[in-house]
Design a binder for this molecule. Structure first.
Ligand SMILES: [Zn+2]
Length: 288
């Protein structure tokens, strides 16, 4: 296994987290520590743009999507401002995605607009199981009409929206909100919105996520948080949706991004599919 950057193969990690100790709730820090023990003690010291970029260099990763997190009820708050400033040191390498809690925030569309036009952020991450909302709640819940405005805003700004889907180990997460089936409604109602199902419906809904990605040209799966060696068990027909699948690590919730890249390279799928999953699909979404 080589850590040298691979000239031919572009690898983009579509899903990493950053944050300082004070951003995360204590139970989350404990779980980060179980995945990544060396990081736990010195998380705030390590979280510097140059350290992240040199880690990406070691693994041959050209770019990473860096996620903010506005989930005060469960995991914590990694502010948009923090992530935008962090990424601004390496604008060609680190791509900041905003987060907004559509339940707590009275005007999430306005927050998103400010994050994109004011802070230069390039996507939106929503965490339904930590923020406690059904992604399609704009249809029936009068209090969640603001969700429709949020999605309309993302379409107008031309930014993708990533949703956490499937299981989570974080205490307080409510699984019912993270069923990818709700995203089918969004794919129909907002055909111009690029929707990314993070973790591919992990656990109970791999099949649901697969069929939704296959049905809708605007829906993608990111494989973060899944052991890549098992991908063909979760998605036996992975090859048929290879243009809809994005590599992601979920670092620091994984120890070694390089091992995950190697595991994708070792899958029994075509070289074309591996190239798409590891980088070219992401490059298209990012407009590179
Ligand atoms: Zn994640």
């Amino acid at each position: 296994m080589s850590n040298a950057p691979n000239q031919e193969l572009q690898v983009i990690d579509f899903h990493i987290h950053i944050g300082l100790r004070e951003h995360f709730n204590p139970s989350i820090l404990r779980l980060f520590g179980m995945s990544n023990p060396a990081l736990q003690e010195q998380i705030s010291e390590f979280m510097k743009p140059e350290n992240i970029v040199s880690m990406l260099d070691n693994y041959g990763v050209s770019r990473a999507v860096v996620l903010a997190e506005d989930s005060p009820k469960v995991t914590g708050v990694v502010p948009n401002e923090f992530v935008a400033e962090f990424c601004s040191h390496y604008p060609d390498r680190l791509i900041p995605y905003a987060s907004v809690d559509p339940t707590e925030n009275p005007n999430p569309a306005e927050t998103l607009e400010q994050a994109v036009t004011g802070l230069g952020m390039r996507g939106l991450k929503l965490y339904p199981s930590y923020q406690y909302f059904y992604p399609n709640a704009y249809q029936e819940n009068p209090q969640m009409k603001k969700l429709r405005k949020l999605y309309e805003c993302s379409v107008r700004l031309g930014i993708p929206v990533m949703f956490h889907t499937g299981t989570s180990v974080f205490p307080g997460a409510r699984l019912k909100y993270s069923n990818p089936l709700f995203l089918d409604d969004l794919a129909v109602d907002f055909p111009d919105m690029k929707i990314i199902m993070a973790h591919g419906g992990r656990g109970p809904w791999f099949n649901t996520a697969f069929y939704i990605a296959r049905m809708h040209s605007n829906v993608f799966i990111d494989i973060s948080g899944l052991p890549p060696k098992n991908l063909l068990r979760y998605f036996p027909k992975l090859e048929t949706i290879s243009e809809k699948v994005l590599f992601g690590s979920d670092w620091p919730d994984t120890l070694n991004i390089g091992a995950n890249i190697e595991a994708v390279k070792n899958l029994a799928i075509s070289d074309r599919a591996k190239t798409q999953i590891l980088g070219t699909n992401a490059a298209k979404i990012l407009g590179i």
